[in-house]
Ligand binder design. Structure first.
Ligand code: ATR
Length: 270
């Protein structure tokens, strides 16, 4: 039996143990996946202790430790390197701590599952914090025609553009300068957590604009409600991104790609 876990603070409501439990059952893998609440000031210690134990093979990392996990790694994938954050940890054959970031791939796969391709599309990304930085490389890899990063604090959007501009057509914008409709609008702000809306003009939405909120909740998120009220025919929340980022982590650890549709359906019923 191999052991895995998700580390965060708080961690009580994490759906990762359930998701990975379903993946393990589906693929007949003999593993257990738990959750660990690391003290805010003792993340490194928690990770080191975990990997000291035999058969403790991998960790997922969530809020607020993804940047600390990045700093702790001895090796990182290119996408994790650029993300500045790590959500998946494992040891290589020389016992080096390796980090990856599967969030962006999770987002792109969920969009594809929903029939949304990014190639040649005009994409607006709202927010410029850690969550947005974590998804920009996989988005740009899909060759959209342009990516605009819009943020309340413009300097943070400008910083992201500097980090990612070698990968494609990406620029920053202030909210008040947006007045055209986009093909895809992605909300990566944490505003939804407090039920707030970013100050976005409804002009960015047309009936054929696909709107994706990286947050999810049982009811439609405030952002998606706003988008639907302003004419978007297709709004998607971030539950599928959660499942797809987990599937990619599972593949890194076990070499198998689980099917995600049944897992998504089960989570929607909770
Ligand atoms: P995360 O790890 O979730 O990305 P973060 O790095 O703190 O968290 O970033 C939060 C993002 O949500 C930022 O882009 C933030 O905008 P600022 O950079 O201007 O702070 C954005 N955000 C949070 N609350 C918001 C609100 N009420 N309106 C608009 N943007 C908001």
């Amino acid at each position: 039996m191999d052991y895995y876990a998700v580390v965060g603070n708080p961690i009580g409501h994490s759906k990762s143990p359930m998701i990975h439990g379903m993946f393990a059952k589906q693929t007949s893998q003999n593993l257990e996946y738990g959750k660990i609440e690391a003290p805010i000031d003792a993340f490194t210690n928690t990770v080191n202790k975990f990997f000291e134990q035999d058969r403790q093979k991998g960790l997922n990392i969530t809020v607020p430790f993804k940047e600390q996990a990045w700093a702790l790694c001895q090796a990182r994938t290119d996408r994790a390197e650029l993300a500045g954050a790590v959500n998946t940890l494992y040891l290589d054959e020389n016992n080096n701590l390796c980090g990856d970031n599967t969030d962006g791939v999770g987002l792109v796969r969920d969009l594809k599952n929903n029939g949304v391709m990014l190639k040649g599309k005009k994409i607006l990304i709202v927010g410029a914090g850690g969550a947005v930085r974590g998804v920009l490389q996989p988005i740009l890899k899909e060759l959209p025609s342009s990516v605009v990063v819009c943020n309340r604090t413009l300097s943070k959007a400008e910083e992201l553009v500097l980090i990612f501009k070698h990968l494609g057509n990406i620029r920053s914008s202030a909210f008040q300068d947006l007045s055209e409709a986009f093909d895809i609008v992605i909300n990566g702000t944490s505003a939804s957590l407090s039920g707030d809306l970013p100050p976005l003009s409804a002009k960015v939405i047309s009936p054929r604009t696909v709107v994706y909120d990286m947050m999810y909740s049982k009811e439609a998120t405030v952002f998606n409600v706003w988008a639907a009220e302003n004419g978007s025919d297709k709004t998607i929340d971030g539950l599928g991104m959660l499942v797809e980022q987990a599937a990619e982590a599972f593949k890194i650890w076990r070499g198998l790609t689980p099917k995600t549709a049944d897992v998504m359906a089960a989570l929607r019923l909770l």
